[in-house]
Design a protein around this ligand. Structure first.
Ligand SMILES: [Zn+2]
Length: 475
């Protein structure tokens, strides 16, 4: 029998089916006490899940996806080059983050921008298709946080900049939406709410593509047969980089766009919070003006993803946010914490992100169990899982392993991830009902003494994070 065998068989080997049937609420405690990490991970993979409410589309794409899509972009007329050498040439930037760092290996350029380089600069770049095996591996690793010495700065200051012109191709992004839908559906999710901007895109000849056209490309991808077949429901948030000098203007554009462009449902403010230029109250007057003119725009905003105590979570609630991304330092703000107990606001918890970006030293210092168990609404989310090289299953695994979650807590997290979504009614109610139906079936299979049958026969993906940190690795 292979190790790919379903956990139901594992369950039955751990205790008799009759015991499962008699103690439906305790089965998970018994399972946790006896199962290997691999078995727990497989169970959490097969378990039905709700939604992913906090996910940046570019960061959610795995390195292999980026490479495949970049190599296939010739179909749409794009051709990409990447920097494989560093020479002492004059450098100029091409990305939205301003001038690029001079010594950035595996920075990606589209042909039109490559051709504009000086000869010395050009000599550092190679067409993606011509990379050696070694260079290809290094390219893939260059947009993953996979080294012990890599952290926040590597992520914020090199990963996005490296992607460079790849992020300006709307067809790559559209395909990325589909790949995420498929991967999340494989993990048993029903819903995702991706943060994706519709500005800053270009044709292969360098012409700017209007936001409406980009939105049409994304909508068309969602409507394709293979995307519909995933069964995933998708909504988008428009992301605004909060510390830019013109962030108010961008927020205004994004808000107006969302007000009239379904399936965009919300605006988010993103970017490192330790850059105080993007502090929450900077946007209060802009949002109040926007609320005078537009309706139907929800707000989920990153807040409290910093090392020091401050009032960012409270300030962000004042901005009108219904959900808080990360909320790590909410634990240091007692009055706001009390407001949020049993309240209408949800904190989007990103366990793997917080560890890899060094906002916590270890999971014992993470406030998630405190929020969960004093009644602050929370849900698990994946943030930039492509760059963590991880999955939603891994998020649940970390939560169960580090904080001894009960089965009812696990289910509550999934229910929250639908009921606090910005999905409209009746879709929200329908998804909640579908989740309950799937979960009911899953539990009946667990407790059945006759139908010990796998929900799926495939093995959970075991990617870099879970392998490096918990030794759950592919065969
Ligand atoms: Zn985020």
């Amino acid at each position: 029998m292979t190790r790919l065998v379903c956990f139901f068989l594992v369950l039955c080997s751990l205790f008799p089916a009759s015991a499962l049937a008699k103690q439906p609420s305790d089965w998970f405690e018994t399972f946790k006490a006896s199962a290997t990490d691999q078995e727990l991970h497989q169970l959490l993979y097969e378990m039905p899940k709700g939604g992913d409410l906090h996910q940046h589309l570019s960061g959610a794409m795995f390195s292999e996806w980026w490479l495949d899509l970049a190599l296939n972009a010739r179909r749409d007329g794009y051709e990409y080059y990447t920097r494989v050498e560093l020479r002492n040439c004059r450098q100029y930037g091409y990305d939205a983050f301003g001038p690029q760092p001079v010594n950035l290996m595996f920075h990606n350029l589209e042909r039109i921008n490559y051709e504009a380089l000086l000869a010395c600069e050009k000599s550092q770049y190679l067409p993606l298709a011509e990379m050696s095996k070694l260079q290809t591996q290094a390219w893939l690793d260059s947009i993953r946080l996979d080294k012990a010495y890599e952290g926040r700065d590597e992520f914020f200051e090199t990963h996005w900049q490296r992607l460079g012109d790849l992020t300006a191709n709307p067809w790559i992004r559209a395909e990325g939406i589909f790949l995420n839908m498929r991967a999340f559906a494989d993990e048993g999710l029903l819903y995702m709410e991706s943060q994706v901007a519709t500005d800053g895109y270009q044709t292969a000849s360098g012409k700017s593509i209007p936001a409406d056209e980009v939105a049409a490309i994304f909508r068309a991808r969602l409507a394709k047969k293979d995307a519909l077949a995933t069964g995933m429901t998708v909504r988008f948030q428009q992301a605004v980089l909060r510390f830019l000098p013109n962030a108010e203007q961008q927020l205004t554009q994004a808000y107006r766009f969302v007000a009239s462009n379904w399936p965009w449902v919300a605006v988010n403010l993103v970017g490192r919070e330790d850059n105080d230029k993007g502090h929450p109250l900077r946007f209060l007057s802009t949002l109040r003006e926007l609320r005078k003119q537009h309706h139907g725009v929800s707000l989920s905003i990153h807040a409290g993803e910093v090392d020091e105590p401050n009032s960012h979570v409270l300030d962000t609630l004042l901005l009108g946010a219904d959900r808080i991304g990360h909320g790590l330092n909410l634990i240091t703000d007692p009055q706001t914490l009390l407001i949020m107990r049993h309240g209408p606001y949800l904190v989007e918890i990103n366990l793997i992100s917080n560890l890899l970006l060094q906002y916590i030293d270890d999971y014992q210092s993470h406030p998630f169990p405190e929020y969960l168990r004093i009644g602050v609404p929370v849900a698990l989310s994946s943030d930039d899982r492509g760059m963590w090289d991880s999955t939603m299953t891994d998020e649940f695994f970390v939560a169960v392993k580090e904080f001894n979650l009960s089965w009812s807590e696990i289910k509550q997290l999934s229910r929250n991830s639908i009921s606090y979504s910005f999905l409209e009614e009746p879709e929200k109610g329908n998804l909640l009902a579908l989740f309950e139906q799937r979960m009911g079936k899953f539990e009946r299979q667990i407790h059945s003494d006759t139908s010990v049958r796998p929900v799926r026969r495939n093995s959970a993906p075991k990617r870099g994070f879970i392998c490096r940190n918990y030794h759950i690795c592919s065969d």
